[in-house]
Design a protein around this ligand. Structure first.
Ligand SMILES: [Mn+2]
Length: 224
């Protein structure tokens, strides 16, 4: 049995049956689930809309696995309320998991990944959440990512976006913790900074982390 960690599903009202099936199958086969942020697309739909969407069919499955939900930036805390417990048992901005082989620290990563300029630009986006402009911009993003990842796979983005400067990394968690994030949509394991980026579970690609009983991880990247 294993722990499944995924992020960046960015669910909207547009239900994707293949994405649903792939995820449901993995959740059913795991005994614990950690959602590492950007679970639903709060810049485009409201939490009420998300709860009423077809994605709610995942909720009973997630509840069976006592799911841990780590907030992201597209589904930040202020966008939702205590109804998050319909799909998770624990909700947090960061989650620690100590195993015999690794001490894990799960964070979505938006506070420190990408250069500061992009992070500040994103804050301006959040203020326009669910505006028509935001919805159109998201439609464009979905289209671009569908084409880009569909043709070239999740490693089309340059590895440089997973780079965390050592001085910044030193401020995140404890030195012996393996940091696990999502956010950049670029999966990869960076041993030098003790950092794993899971990537996204979307656009036809199942990128996720599977952690076994010994605490060893496997970073999986395959089409669904
Ligand atoms: Mn994000």
């Amino acid at each position: 049995m294993s722990t499944l960690v995924f992020s960046d599903t960015h669910f909207t009202q547009r239900f994707q049956p293949r994405q649903f099936e792939a995820l449901a199958k993995l959740i059913a086969a795991s005994n614990k689930v950690i959602i590492n942020g950007d679970f639903w697309e709060g810049l485009v739909i409201s939490f009420d809309e998300f709860l009423a969407s077809e994605w709610r069919k995942l909720f009973p499955l997630l509840k069976q696995k006592a799911t841990v939900y780590v907030y992201g930036n597209h589904d930040e805390q202020l966008f939702s309320d205590s109804r998050v417990y319909r799909f998770c048992d624990t909700v947090t901005n960061e989650y620690c998991l100590d195993t015999p082989t690794h001490k894990y620290l799960f964070r979505h990563g938006h506070e420190f990944l990408f250069p500061k300029y992009f992070r500040e630009r994103h804050q301006a986006h959040v203020k326009r959440a669910r505006s028509l402009r935001m919805r159109l911009s998201n439609e464009k993003n979905i289209l671009l990512q569908n084409v880009g990842f569909g043709l070239f796979g999740p490693r089309v983005l340059p590895a440089v976006i997973n780079r965390i400067p050592q001085d910044v990394r030193a401020t995140i968690g404890k030195p012996d913790q393996l940091l696990v994030c999502g956010h950049t949509h670029r999966p990869g394991y960076m041993p030098k900074t003790n950092f794993v980026d899971i990537g996204f579970f979307n656009y036809g690609w199942a990128n996720y982390l599977s952690i076994n009983d010994a605490g060893e991880f496997n970073l999986v990247s395959k089409r669904y």
